[in-house]
Design a protein around this ligand. Structure first.
Ligand code: PPS
Length: 296
């Protein structure tokens, strides 16, 4: 029987420990888990839609000492190997990382629970960016709408329930953020917040610079602030995903660089949804000291 588009979309997703992941990632799980991290690796870690592209561009700009041309060498999704990425016959994220000279800068959306164990053993540097759950949910909803490989998110009300249940790609926001927050003092971790990056980008970029062991002039720092601003990155073909075919990302439905703001959740959540979400948040995040800013 031929698969309908819907069924063929679903067939592309499997689970590991109850966490939905791309089927090709799950099929490649042994290679991913056996990945050999090195002590001088820097791993960019995020829950999806938390500012991954933004922090990647910042890290690359710092690494290239503010040289814009060098940052134009490739699209952002190809500059840092994405550890769990697999789309045969293309080389996997692990293959690309293995080919990369050290010191390597790598990327993952995996939770602490699923991270290849060698990252812990090698005491790598972790750069985590967290975004408040409500804006993350909104951004992920629009990404599900425009991403032609992900399952149909349904209506906003339907997606709201799916997100809360954690049955989205890479799993529960709550488990992800809790996990990385809890390990931050035991490993070399810089834990940043999307909202702080919006409020004071220069200060947060300075933190990244120090964490990377770099010392750049004030002028270079200012340039990085300007080049990584939302409006600049929205127009930059190396960061705005415009090179990805429409059959994968349909930006006429919703642009990848959509709004880049804090508090867009207020345009989506009903009063009842907000109350329900706050209650679930209290339960799921009970006992953690993490604090999110919900509006600027
Ligand atoms: S992905 O697909 O998981 O890699 O997406 P990710 O890059 O993590 O998140 C996409 C959201 O980040 C916003 N974005 C930015 N915000 C502020 N400043 C800059 N420079 C920036 N670059 C990307 C992007 O617009 C998505 O958020 P929403 O709320 O959907 O606009």
């Amino acid at each position: 029987m031929a698969l309908t588009p819907e069924l063929s979309k679903q067939a592309k997703w499997k689970e590991i420990a109850g966490i939905p992941l791309a089927a090709a990632t799950v099929d490649n799980w042994n290679q991913i888990q056996a990945f050999k991290a090195k002590p001088d690796d820097l791993l960019i870690c995020t829950y999806p839609k938390s500012g991954t592209t933004w922090i990647q561009e910042i890290v690359d700009m710092i690494e290239q000492n503010g040289d814009v041309e060098k940052c134009q060498r490739d699209t952002i999704q190809h500059r840092h190997p994405f550890i769990e990425w697999a789309r045969p016959p293309q080389p996997s994220g692990v293959d690309k990382a293995n080919e990369m000279p050290s010191p390597r800068i790598l990327k993952t959306h995996l939770s602490t629970q699923l991270l290849p164990p060698s990252f812990w053993k090698s005491n790598c540097k972790f750069l985590y960016v967290a975004r408040n759950a409500k804006d993350c949910m909104v951004s992920y909803y629009h990404f599900y709408r425009m991403n032609q490989v992900l399952p149909d998110p349904g209506t906003w009300d339907e997606y709201f329930e799916t997100f809360i249940s954690g049955k989205v790609n890479w799993g529960s926001w709550f488990d992800h953020v809790r996990g990385w927050w809890e390990i931050r003092d035991r490993y070399q971790t810089l834990f940043l917040f999307y909202e702080d990056m919006k409020r004071d980008p220069k200060r947060e970029i300075q933190k990244v610079m120090q964490f990377m062991g770099k010392n750049l002039d004030e002028e270079v720092l200012e340039k990085i602030v300007q080049e990584t601003a939302f409006e600049k990155m929205k127009e930059n073909p190396m960061t705005n995903r415009s090179t990805v075919p429409k059959s994968l990302l349909d930006q006429s439905i919703s642009p990848f660089m959509r709004k880049g703001t804090v508090g867009d959740w207020k345009n989506h959540f009903t009063v009842a949804q907000n109350e329900k979400f706050d209650e679930i948040y209290r339960q799921k995040m009970k006992g953690t000291s993490i604090n999110f800013c919900m509006e600027l």
